[in-house]
Design a protein around this ligand. Structure first.
Ligand code: MF3
Ligand code: CO
Ligand code: CO
Length: 251
């Protein structure tokens, strides 16, 4: 079952989405060489609390921290740590989710640390474009699979690959609601988009040709590329409107 949000829900989702976007903007100046990912986590904790919200990841399914920080070959669910010091040439995805007045706002960006190789900059930029292409495919009456179709058509040109094991998701009073939103083309997503649906589009793109990933056996969370290649991701929470889409996590 996919929940259709009413006007009051949508207003709360707008507020939660706006706060999540503000949170990423707030930490952006600190996402620099020499900072630890634990420090970024703690900055997020303080900002989120000061705005009367809760960090959704903390204790979600046992996740130990309040944001996800995924460096280089880490695809997603990287755990902030005092041992992870950002260094020149890294790329890092920061994924934040806040709960404000009972509703979730979920967004992420991949940041570049210092001087990064041109090929890697292109890769990160194209990953963001892929997310926007997926979002642009959203219109009431069309199918969810148009999102993955558009992303696949664009990303295929570069020899990158689209992670399949993690997807976008419905979102609202729960962090992860139905449906799963695939970022590659699949008939599984032959579901109609309807006005009032709210979900995320969050493609994880591997720079190499393999979409395969593996989960750390030591911490049970950190997901890395199977072939060791870099991985980037961008995420927005979006609402299906009368004639298209409204991005809730953009200011
Ligand atoms: N924010 C992630 C998403 O976009 C989910 C993180 S789950 C956690 O869906 F447990 F790792 F926090
Ligand atoms: Co999400
Ligand atoms: Co997220």
């Amino acid at each position: 079952m996919i929940i259709i949000k009413n006007a009051a829900d949508i207003e709360k989702m707008r507020k939660a989405g706006r706060l999540a976007a503000q949170l990423l903007n707030h930490i952006e100046p600190y996402v620099k060489e020499g900072v630890t990912t634990l420090c970024l986590n703690d900055l997020c904790v303080v900002f989120t609390r000061m705005h009367g919200a809760i960090s959704a990841p903390l204790n979600y399914g046992g996740f130990p921290k309040s944001i996800c920080t995924s460096i280089n070959n880490v695809v997603c669910h990287g755990i902030p740590s005092v041992k992870d010091i950002l260094k020149n040439g890294d790329i890092v995805n920061i994924d934040v989710t806040v709960i404000l007045d009972g509703f979730h706002g979920d967004t992420s960006r991949t940041f570049i640390i210092g001087e990064v190789d041109g090929k890697i900059r292109d890769f990160v930029r194209r990953t963001e474009s892929a997310m926007y292409m997926g979002i642009e495919a959203v219109k009431p009456g069309k199918y969810f699979y148009e999102i993955g179709k558009m992303i696949e058509k664009y990303i295929g040109k570069f020899g990158y690959s689209i992670v399949r094991d993690y997807t976008g998701h419905g979102i609202g009073q729960k962090f992860h609601e139905n449906p799963q939103v695939f970022h590659h083309f699949t008939r599984e997503n032959k579901i109609r988009l309807r006005k009032g649906m709210i979900f995320t589009v969050e493609p994880m793109i591997n720079m190499g040709s393999s979409y395969r990933v593996k989960t750390s056996r030591s911490d049970g969370w950190t997901v890395t590329t199977a072939d060791g290649s870099l991985s980037a991701q961008f995420e927005h929470t979006i609402l299906v409107t009368d004639d298209g889409v409204e991005i809730l996590t953009k200011i």
